[in-house]
Design a binder for this molecule. Structure first.
Ligand code: SF4
Length: 406
């Protein structure tokens, strides 16, 4: 099937490194030929990263789900401490989660990722001490903690500027910010789904301040609820403008809305087609952000795997303790083992690259010469990589990247 004239024009722009416009973004969302949109995004992805596909060994932890805000899409938060299902960890409990992982086969996590509700009753020192404790357990672990929404809340609640909040947390061990809390920037949609937390401008300003301080951050977009394609394009372009200014965004992570147990439970979750299109359009519009992440918890591992052919170059990490999407009814498992992530990437025909939070390469693994599903069941176990990877004798069924491409 030949490309539509509109898509051919967009392809010509992409190939000549001309920046895509709002109208181009809309055309990509409206283009009936999803596979051609995906193919174009895949070409951009391969120009940037080839077959390399990033993942990390991380640990996700939510130390409190008590939250003064009332986002319609949220299945995680409890308004007050004494409500059923509310939890706030003692610091020792949170630290113990990392202690338990220090002897993981293949080594401890390289990243602790903390996201919380906006708790009105904790002192700021709780968060500082939380970070210090993690660093005492493992001085090498990277602390990617607190969304821009949380940083904004800390600033308001404790009477500090964004810069002071970030400086104090950095002095305690904070190294980068996760991307959560962006939702949809459009003020009309935002006022309906999350009216009582950081505005779009405040979210972007926290990231701006963090970037100016030399911190790297990620950014997200919650899609598939009441927003339109125009709102998605607007959201992505606002991030592109911030990135032009600061160059501090590492990765963009489209997050699929999940309806279970929240104020929008009558709405369906987005389809896999919508997921893949959103990943692809993000790759094409965000020409100044290095990485597009297919967050497997949000997409399910199966869709995330396909997304690696629709523009995504990162599949996130092992995670282990995610509770936010779990509460919203995701079909994804709570954790994926290192070997499972490697297998997902290999089966997509890509090269697994374990990274740290800042995208430094920890270990590049050989790609699979033969997709595992093509093997007889009795041969599959033999083809699977064993941990630690570098001690596995070479399997005749697994070839190094250069052997495959030559
Ligand atoms: S999404 Fe975040 S800010 Fe909103 S209610 Fe849930 S925990 Fe609170």
């Amino acid at each position: 099937m030949s490309e539509s004239p509109k898509l051919a024009l967009i392809r010509a722009k992409v190939e000549s490194f001309e920046r895509l416009t709002f109208d181009d973004g809309m055309a990509l969302f409206m283009e009936p030929d999803l596979l051609s949109v995906g193919q174009l995004a895949n070409e951009v992805r391969e120009t940037r990263h080839g077959d390399r596909t990033f993942f990390n060994k991380n640990m996700r932890i939510e130390v409190t789900n008590v939250c003064v805000a009332s986002c319609l899409f949220c299945s995680f938060a409890k308004l007050e401490e004494h409500m059923p299902g509310a939890h706030t960890m003692k610091l020792e409990e949170a630290w113990h989660e990392l202690e338990k992982r220090m002897d993981d086969p293949g080594g401890p996590p390289t990243e602790v990722h903390v996201v919380n509700g906006l708790h009105p009753g904790l002192p700021f020192s709780y968060y500082e001490e939380l970070l210090r404790g993690f660093k005492r357990i493992d001085p090498n672990v990277h602390l990617k903690c607190f969304t821009a929404v949380e940083i904004h809340f800390f600033a308001r609640h404790y009477g500090l500027s964004y810069a002071v909040v970030l400086e104090r947390l950095r002095a305690a061990g904070l190294e980068s910010l996760p991307g959560g809390g962006a939702e949809i920037f459009d003020e009309g949609v935002r006022s309906k789904i999350s009216h009582d937390k950081a505005t779009a401008a405040e979210y972007l300003e926290v990231h701006r301040v963090a970037h100016r301080m030399g911190m790297r951050t990620n950014a997200t977009m919650l899609y598939g609820h009441i927003e339109t394609f125009a709102h998605r394009v607007d959201h992505i372009l606002r991030l592109r403008a911030l990135q032009d200014e600061t160059k501090g965004l590492q990765a963009f992570i489209p997050l699929a809305f999940h309806p279970d147990g929240n104020g929008m439970k009558n709405m369906p979750a987005p389809t896999a087609v919508d997921d893949l299109r959103t990943i692809a359009v993000s790759r094409l519009l965000l020409d100044n952000v290095d990485h597009i992440k297919a967050y497997w918890v949000s997409l399910t591992p199966d869709v995330a795997q396909i997304a690696l052919r629709f523009g995504a170059d990162d599949i996130d990490g092992t995670i282990v303790h995610e509770t936010i999407y779990k509460a919203a009814g995701t079909l994804s498992p709570g954790a994926l083992g290192y070997e499972e992530l490697v297998r997902l990437i290999r089966e997509a025909g890509r090269i697994p690259v374990e990274r740290d939070t800042l995208y430094n390469v920890v270990r590049e693994l050989p790609r699979a010469a033969v997709p595992e599903a093509a093997l007889k069941p009795r041969d599959r176990e033999r083809a699977r990589p064993k941990l630690p990877m570098f001690q596995v004798p070479p399997s005749p069924l697994v070839a190094h990247a250069d052997e495959v491409t030559s």
